[in-house]
Structure formats: C-alpha cells, structure tokens
Design a protein around this ligand. Structure first.
Ligand SMILES: [Zn+2]
Length: 693
C-alpha cells in the first residue's frame, strides 16, 4: 500500500518496545527555538535536554505511568480522560486551523493542522497528541522571527488497539508556563481512517458524483487530525478545505468564503464558539441548499432538497422553544445536512450543521422530533460538554430531557410522557443486552472506561437513565416551575466549559441551598445508586400512559378479530394516532401471532398503507406482512430496500424476506444483488452474511 511505503520513507523504525515505533529522523537538532511568545527562557541557544514528564498526582494511572514513561512502554493517559493520551494538564490547545485537500482518488485528506496552544502547568518539553492511522510527515514550531519555523522532533508510538498512537512532539527547549505556541503538523489520513466515509457515486442519490462525510464521536477525530482528542479540551477552529470544483464542502462551522482555482475550489470556515474535538465535522458532495428559517438552511443532494426543505420547515420553532427555556442560541446558524440514503446511522449534532439520516424525510413531518434532539444539543453537549466519556450522560441525558420539554411545549405533556415510555423500553433492552453479554457495568450512569473503547459502552443508558434521573429530580424538587430555572442556571454557569458529574451535583446543591426544604430533598437522593449501580434506575418513574394504552387497545382489537371474516374495525383510532403511536401499535401487533392474509389486505386498504412514506411505519408494516409470508407485499419491500440504507431497517427486512419460502428467498437475493453497491460497505457485508451470499 502506498500509505505503508510513505510511512517507511518518513520514519526510521526503532526496534525496542511498544512505546516507540517510529522516530522522525528529519528533525533538526540544536536549532534555535522560535516560539510565538517571547516568554521563553533563553537557554543560550542550545537545545534543552529531553525531560520526561512526571505523572500528575491526580492521574489514576500515575503509579505505573512514571515507570512506563521512562521506559517508553505503556504511555500515560490524559489526567482527566482515560481514553486520551494528551497532556492537557501541561499544554492546552485553544485554536486549530485545518488546511486540507480532499483527494477522492486516493481517498485521503492531506495538508496540515496548526494548533495554537498554551502552556498551563509548569514549563513543558513535550506536547502529546492523539492520532489514529495518520501519516505524520513533518512538525514545525512556528515563530515570529522566521516564516518557515523550526522543525521539531517527534515520536509516534506503536498503535494501541483502542486508543490509537500517541504522538509526542519534543520542544527543543523547555517552554515556560503561560507561553502560547503555534505548532504546525503536516500529515495525511490513510485508508484505515475510522472517521471518514468515502461514498462511491452509486451510493448517492444522484449516482454521478462521489461523497464524503465524517463522524468523529466518540474518539475518531484522532483519525482525521492529530489533536487532543478529549472532550475536556474545547477549541475554536478555522479551516480552508480544497475540493473538486463541482462539489461543495461543508463543515461544523460558519462558512466564511470560497474561491475557485482551476478545477478546484477552496472553502473557508470559522467556528468561533469553542467545541470539543469530536464536533469537528466535514462533508463533501453535490450539495444544494434552501433557506428554511432566519438562521437555518437545509443542505442535501439536489434530488431531495425540496422534500428536505418541506420536512424541516419547523426547525426555527424548535430553536425558539429551546431559547425560551434556556439561553439565546449561541452558534449563529443552525443548518441541517441530509446525508445520502446509504448513510447507515441516525444523526449527529455537529454544531452549525446537524447531520441527519434521509429516513427522516417522512413526507408528513412526523419524524422531525429527531431535529428537536439535535437542537437540544446546542446547549447540552455542544455548549456544556462532558469532561470525558464516563460522564456522557451530562450530554445525552440532559439533551433528551430538553428535547422532550421542547416537544412537550409544542405538542403537550402526554406526548412528552409517551416518548418517555418508548425511551424506557429502549433502556430495558439495553440493560438486558449488557446482562446477556456479561458487561452490566456499562449500564451505570457513570461507567468506568479505563482501558475501554467508549464505542463499546455506547447505548441508550446515558440517554434514558439520564433522562429518568432528571425527570425524577424535577418531580422531587417541585416540578418544572422550580426545576427549569435551575436548568437555565446550569447552562449559564457551565457554558463553554467541560464538566463532570461532581460539578453537576455541586452546582445543583448550590442552586437550591437558599430554598427552603430543597437541601433535605437532595440529601434523600440515592446518588450512589443513580451514578454507580448497574441496571434499571433505582426509582421507577410513573408516566402518563393514556397515549400508549390506545395503541395496545387497537392491537388487541385486531387480534380479537382474527376469526371474523372481515374485521369490523373503525379507522378513526388510526387516523387520530400520531406517527409514534402508529409505530407502537404496529410493534404491539408484531408481538402477536401473524394476522390472516385477508386481514392484512383489509388493513392495507383501511389505512391506505401503500401511500405511507414514513420509514418507521413503512418498515414495521412491511415486517408485519413478511412475518405472515404475505406475498403481495414483496414488491413494496423490494422498492423500499432500494431507497434506504439505514441498517436498522435493511437487515431486519432482508432477514424476514429470506424466511418467506423459496419465493421470498429469491426476491431477497435479487433485491440485494441489485442494490449491493448502493449500501454502505458495513451494511452490505452484514446483509450478505445474513443471506448466506
Ligand atoms: Zn444526542
């Protein structure tokens, strides 16, 4: 591979140990330090001897990391984040500038990142960053005196399977506390990059041009840029990205300009509100746009832009409701990017530019609650950020809580509580799953993630257990009128900061300390069980189930009518249902024995099922028919499978079709072979395995 060859050219191998796989041999030695600040001790022009960092006393790995550092064995981790190598207690990035070219032929990004960083501890000699599968080419300390800067020595450690390769940059002399330095790293991504998805034209709606998008959460930013890849550090960033002139580049930032140079185009961006590294995001494709509000534009391929603009027309209402509950929206613009149909996941709250799955284009605005969730992240997660992945619930639990408050304000309290019931079901499933795989510790609200890949611990627990905790606290403390002012104060206090669960709890006590009886209420909370006990929450919230009951009743009616020649069921309940209720009703039916074919035909006609565009409903209806081996549905399933690539739909339908006798098997096989190149490679591989192809 070309990447390996380049690595061999750039680095000489160091034989000993796990710690040092490669050392840059090009670094100049004894060169004068040219720092961006004059606040550097003059060491008489000679390079200071390398001094190894001693471990911070707060580091949980301090006892063995001192030895490890000295022997260049297992590296020390970031004192506030067990999933990062960065020495953020010594030197912290404040701003990063990305200057990258997008190469669709080689499927890489190539260029440089310039970090502006401040020494925060005592003087430092090393700057440690996270990387994963990056080709690091040259590192330069930029200075005021000479444009070209000073080349720095660096080491790229042997890859840790979970956390990538620690990049240690050596300053030629100790850099004093409070000094601001600018370090430029020339690098390229490689074909192993886990943050980037390169789509072929056939995986797009237009089928003519390629597409690229990134997904950095939780710890994949390090495979796109060498950086302090911990949410404990928040940075502003700017970028100039060069791509083919016939495509458009978007980022999680405000667009500040673009210029065409030959067959290339340079796009410029600026993110002036500080963000954690996992919120750096990039998308490149044939993108059109339509304004949908005073601060919102929707972006997608031209083929679906009209539908996207119609679907998300209510975006401003969500933002305004969030502002009325909390603080003014801090990010300038709120744009939405609808990804190609082969996007195998749900959505991502990249600031200024939420990424969403096209399966939200239901044609009836019924799935836009997902947008309420992503907008809620503008305050929780993006503005007030978890310090590390062990406190992820501070992002997601608070976000779900705000999302449901926004939905409740717009659609009523019963809808909020109905959504909470659906969420509780998801939480139960996650708890059962981790019990099954014997990892119940991941169901703690604050799981320990030392030596764990945060992706492994990802589930609905931080979302729904977090929501249940806040719902419980709100009720105990006296309801929304008492709790919402606290939420606002929490955002005001912690905006632009990274916090942990202890910060949250300390401030909660502080906020209520002068209100009579509240401290006693807080003292009665079983904090230990909520934070550190695995399994379902220690307190079971009771939710209004009026909307859920109606779903069960209608399912029971259909079940009871299975012996009637033609079921005598009124269509009014269905017509009054929200789309979430229709989903829950179909789920209840899926749990019952299959309905007779005559009843399915009647069902389709009564509720006009073929006309439904909502992917969640369409999927469950088709699944219900396939469970009964109802052949008239086959062609509709085949059509749907050629339109969506979201794994949660695709895999279930293929497996169900495959079980519908010889005819179903054949339809499954032919449909898959026809659409194989449309699906994301991960999805295609999974389905091929499911179908035994
Ligand atoms: Zn979220």
């Amino acid at each position: 591979m070309s990447t390996i060859q380049r690595l061999l050219r750039c680095f000489r191998r160091v034989p000993a140990g796990r710690g040092l796989a490669a050392t840059n041999s090009a670094a100049a030695t004894g060169a004068q330090s040219r720092l961006a600040s004059s606040n550097v001790p003059n060491s008489g022009g000679s390079a200071a001897p390398a001094v190894h960092r001693s471990p911070s006393p707060t580091s949980s790995t301090s006892s063995h990391s001192q030895t490890a550092t000295l022997l260049n064995m297992a590296p020390r981790f970031c004192p506030t984040d067990a999933n990062s190598f960065a020495n953020t207690d010594e030197i912290r990035i404040t701003h990063s500038h990305l200057s990258l070219a997008v190469d669709f032929d080689k499927r890489i990004l190539e260029g440089s990142v310039t970090h502006t960083a401040k020494v925060v501890g005592k003087s430092v000699t090393e700057f440690v960053l996270d990387t994963s599968y990056l080709d690091i080419q040259q590192i330069t300390l930029l200075g005021k005196e000479q444009e070209e800067g000073q080349t720095l020595k660096f080491e790229l450690a042997t890859r840790d399977e979970k956390f990538g390769s620690r990049l240690t940059i050596h300053f030629s002399e100790a850099v004093a506390a409070e000094t601001v330095v600018q370090v430029c790293i020339k690098y390229a991504t490689t074909d192993k990059c886990t943050a980037l998805q390169w789509l072929t034209p056939s995986q797009t709606v237009g089928k003519k041009l390629p597409y690229l998008f990134s997904q950095c959460q939780a710890i994949h930013a390090r495979s796109m840029v060498p950086i302090s890849d911990t949410p404990g550090v928040k940075i502003t960033y700017s970028a100039d990205i060069t791509g083919p002139a016939n495509l458009r580049v978007l980022m999680s930032a405000v667009r500040t300009g673009e210029e065409t140079v030959g067959d290339k185009k340079i796009f410029r961006f600026s993110q002036e509100t500080s963000i954690p590294s996992y919120l750096i995001a990039l998308a490149v494709g044939n993108l059109a746009s339509i304004p949908i509000g005073p601060r919102s534009t929707v972006w997608s391929e031209p083929e679906v832009i009209e539908a996207a603009a119609w679907e998300f027309a209510g975006t401003e209402e969500f933002i305004a409701t969030g502002e009325s509950l909390l603080t003014p929206y801090d990010w300038g613009i709120y744009d939405l990017l609808v990804l190609p149909a082969s996007f195998p996941y749900g959505g991502m709250e990249n600031p200024c530019l939420t990424f969403v799955t096209p399966t939200l284009l239901a044609g009836d605005r019924s799935l836009v609650d997902v947008v309420a969730h992503e907008i809620a992240h503008s305050w929780f997660g993006n503005l007030v950020t978890t310090q590390n992945w062990e406190h992820f619930w501070l992002n997601e639990g608070f976000t779900v809580f705000l999302e449901r408050k926004i939905v409740g304000r717009l659609q009523g309290q019963p809808v909020l509580e109905f959504d909470a019931i659906i969420g509780l079901k998801a939480l139960t499933e996650s708890v059962e799953h981790y019990d099954d795989i014997k990892r119940p510790e991941f169901t703690c609200l604050c799981p320990r993630l030392e030596n764990e890949d945060p992706d492994e611990a990802f589930s609905s627990v931080p979302y729904e257990k977090g929501f249940n905790f806040l719902f419980y606290l709100e009720k105990e403390l006296g309801g929304p009128a008492v709790f919402e002012p606290y939420l606002k104060a929490h955002v005001t206090k912690f905006a632009h900061k990274s916090i942990n669960t202890n910060d949250f709890k300390t401030f909660l006590y502080e906020f209520y300390q002068d209100q009579e009886g509240k401290t006693a209420i807080l003292n009665a909370v079983d904090w230990e069980a909520w934070f550190h006990k695995p399994g379902m929450p220690p307190v079971t919230n009771v939710f209004d189930d009026s909307l859920a009951k109606a779903c069960q009743q209608l399912a029971d009616e259909w079940d009871a009518a299975r012996d009637q020649e033609k079921p005598n069921i009124d269509k009014s309940s269905w017509e009054q249902f929200s789309s979430s209720q229709k989903v829950m009703f179909l789920e209840k039916l899926l749990q019952k024995p299959s309905l007779p074919h005559s009843h399915l035909a009647h069902f389709a006609e009564l509720y006009n099922m073929p006309a439904i565009q909502n992917a969640e409903i369409r999927f469950r209806w088709q699944w219900l028919c396939l469970q009964a081996a109802y052949t008239p549905i086959f062609s509709q399933v085949a059509t749907f499978l050629g339109q969506v690539g979201r794994m949660k739909f695709v895999r279930v339908l293929y497996r169900a079709l495959d079980k519908c006798g010889a005819e179903g098997k054949e339809v499954a096989k032919q449909t898959f072979l026809k659409n194989r190149s449309f699906y994301h490679p991960i999805c295609a591989a999974m389905v091929a395995k499911d179908l035994g192809l």
